[in-house]
Structures are given as structure tokens and as C-alpha cells.
Design a protein around this ligand. Structure first.
Ligand code: NAP
Ligand code: GLV
Length: 306
């Protein structure tokens, strides 16, 4: 009855130390230092090496230390016996909201070009009240972003898979209402999970529905975006630019075109970083729930992919 950590792209050592302190009675190791693979029941994951879980035949519970789960579902062979959970909390949602708000304000008030330009060139601007923001994904994070934006007087729209009702938000649902949600949008905020249905959803057709100076903020995943379509729309002046936090290849390669377009702002996947102590609390709670057969917190419906 042991736990293994499959954590890459972050230093796993502080996670290992904190988990060992919180669960002193449980053997916990990094996956490549485990001596008895058959004893591992729980995998704590962040971007695990593809197929690395398959060497551990008794894993029954996979806990993501981030809100996304596609880094597991798209890289590992999952069985029906495996349960999945993800880390999400109020702080993570608020961190994303603050990032999105910074992006919206920077865009509306041309702060990016002011920092680079260093010349006295007044530009017309639009206020929040004159702006329509559409949020793709109205779950834990997108729902919080949309509701928070309404308090600023912005016109807010949102799109989800199943119908939603959120105060002050014009809600749309399902593929048949996507175009309606996009039409009239000044700023599109993507907070969808990456699934087979949402892969490539930000493309020439969908982005082409935005208002002529449409702006994209992508905090979902890199594979939501068809990168060449965004570059072409910006080059053809059919979109004004984008703030991108997530990419198909991370870190974004030095030669990538996104680094060279002044209309595109790149951040290194930092819109929200899981707070380790909060995530460890969830892992400990879920480990206990798993052991005693209770429902897990933030369990992911395996067939749905998010
Ligand atoms: P969530 O609570 O599962 O919400 C997902 C939302 O997307 C739901 O509203 C869902 O609709 C909607 N959705 C899913 N598939 C859809 C489809 N095919 N068509 C329309 N809507 C669809 O997820 P969350 O906690 O908000 O997180 C969302 C994503 O944010 C994560 O998966 C992760 O990729 C990303 N993220 C990024 C960062 C960062 O630092 N950049 C940090 C944290 C998370 P229903 O409500 O109808 O189910
Ligand atoms: C970050 O991208 C997360 O999924 O929490």
C-alpha cells in the first residue's frame, strides 16, 4: 500500500518531503526509485513520462497535482479500475482570474506596446463597459472568471458543454451554440479542458467569428489552438493579438514565431501554479478516502476526459 510520485517539469523533491511528513506511515517514493512496483496503489502525477505507469500493475488511484488531467489521460494506458482526481481550489481559480484581468486591461489600455514603444503616441482605447468578453469553459475556473468579470461591468458571455445559468453571464452550450457565443466577442478567454472534442477548437473558423479587432487569451492548453491560424489572422489584421500562457510544445522553442510577433504576448504557463501545501492536503485527504472506500474529492469522470 504505497504511493509513487510521477512528477516531471517541476522539482519532485519538495513534494516528496512534504508528503512523507504528512503520511509518515506510508511508503512514498519517486517512481524511478520504487523497489517494489507491485506495492504502488496511488500515483501522484504531473506530466508523467508517457506510459510510465504501466510498470506498476496495482495502481488504482491517480491524483493530478494540477487542474488539468489530460497529461495523464492522453499519455497513460488507463483501465476501468483506475480512479482519477485533479487538484482544484478557490486560489487556483482566483489566480487565473487575476491573470485574465491583467491580460484584458493590458490589451484594452495598450500597456504592452507602451512598454516597448517608448514614444509619445496617444491611442484610442475601449473601456471594460464597452467590451464583450466570452469565456470558453464555465467550470470551476471559467465559471469563477466569468462571474468575477460581471462585477466590473463588462459584458460577459460563456460557453460550456451542458447548459448553465450564471448571474449576469449570457450562457451558451454545445457545438450548435458556439458560433452564437463567439459572434460579437472582443476578447475570447479559453479555459476549456483538453479533450478529443476541444482539441483544435481555436482555429480560423472559430477565431474568425470574433469582432474584427478580436483578442485571444488562452489559459487552457496549447493544443486547443491551431497556431498557424492565429498567426495568419493576426497577419491579415483580422485579429489584434493574443496573450498565450500554454503551448503545444513547452517550453516554447526559441525559434517559434510567437516570440517574434509584437501582437502576441507569451507567458511560461504561469497563469495559476498549484499551491503545494494546498495540493498536498488534497492528496492526503484523498488517500484516506481511497483507503476507506469513500468518494474522492474532485474525481474525474473517466469517460468524459475532464
Ligand atoms: P472544469 O471544472 O472541469 O470545467 C471545464 C468546463 O469546460 C466546463 O464548463 C465544461 O462544460 C466545459 N467543457 C468541457 N468540454 C467541453 C466541450 N466539448 N464543449 C463545451 N464546453 C466544454 O475545469 P477547470 O477546473 O475549470 O479547468 C479548466 C482547464 O484550465 C484545465 O483542464 C486546464 O487545462 C486549464 N488550466 C490552466 C492553468 C494555467 O496555468 N494555464 C491552470 C489551471 C488549469 P460542463 O460544465 O457542461 O461540463
Ligand atoms: C495547470 O496548467 C493546471 O492544470 O493546473
Amino acid at each position: 500500500m504505497s504511493i509513487a510520485l510521477f512528477i516531471t517539469r517541476k522539482d519532485p523533491q519538495p513534494w516528496l518531503k512534504q508528503l512523507r511528513e504528512e503520511l509518515p506511515e506510508v511508503p512514498i517514493d519517486l517512481y524511478d526509485e520504487v523497489r517494489d512496483p507491485e506495492a504502488i496503489e496511488m500515483a501522484v502525477c504531473w506530466k508523467p513520462v508517457p506510459d510510465s505507469l504501466s510498470a506498476f500493475p496495482n495502481i488504482r488511484f491517480i491524483q493530478s497535482i494540477g487542474a488539468g488531467i489530460e497529461h495523464v489521460t492522453k499519455t497513460q494506458q488507463l483501465t476501468n479500475e483506475m480512479r482519477l482526481s485533479r487538484f482544484i481550489d478557490d486560489k487556483l481559480s482566483q489566480d487565473i482570474y487575476e491573470y485574465v484581468l491583467a491580460g484584458i486591461m493590458s490589451h484594452l489600455r495598450h500597456l504592452g506596446s507602451a512598454i516597448n514603444q517608448r514614444s509619445w503616441t496617444p491611442q484610442p482605447y475601449r473601456t471594460l463597459q464597452e467590451t464583450t468578453v466570452t469565456v470558453l469553459g464555465l467550470g470551476e475556473i471559467g465559471g469563477h472568471v466569468a462571474k468575477s468579470l460581471t462585477k466590473l461591468g463588462t459584458k460577459v458571455q460563456g460557453w460550456s458543454r451542458t447548459p448553465k445559468s450564471l448571474d449576469g453571464v449570457r450562457c451558451f452550450a454545445g457545438p450548435e451554440q458556439l458560433n452564437e457565443a463567439l459572434t460579437g466577442t472582443d476578447i475570447l478567454v479559453n479555459v476549456l479542458p483538453l479533450t478529443d472534442e476541444t482539441h483544435g477548437i481555436l482555429n480560423a473558423d472559430t477565431l474568425g467569428q470574433l469582432n474584427a479587432d478580436g483578442y485571444l487569451i488562452n489559459v487552457g492548453r496549447g493544443h486547443h489552438l491551431v497556431e498557424k491560424d492565429l498567426l495568419k489572422l493576426i497577419k491579415d489584421r483580422k485579429m489584434s493579438g493574443a496573450l498565450l500562457d500554454v503551448f503545444q510544445t513547452e517550453p516554447l522553442p526559441e525559434a517559434h514565431a510567437f516570440w517574434h510577433r509584437p501582437e502576441i504576448t507569451v507567458t511560461p504557463h504561469v497563469a495559476a501554479i498549484s499551491d503545494r501545501s494546498r495540493a498536498v492536503n488534497l492528496i492526503v485527504e484523498n488517500w484516506k478516502r481511497f483507503q476507506s472506500g469513500k468518494p474522492l474529492l474532485h474525481e474525474v469522470a473517466p469517460g468524459r476526459g475532464y
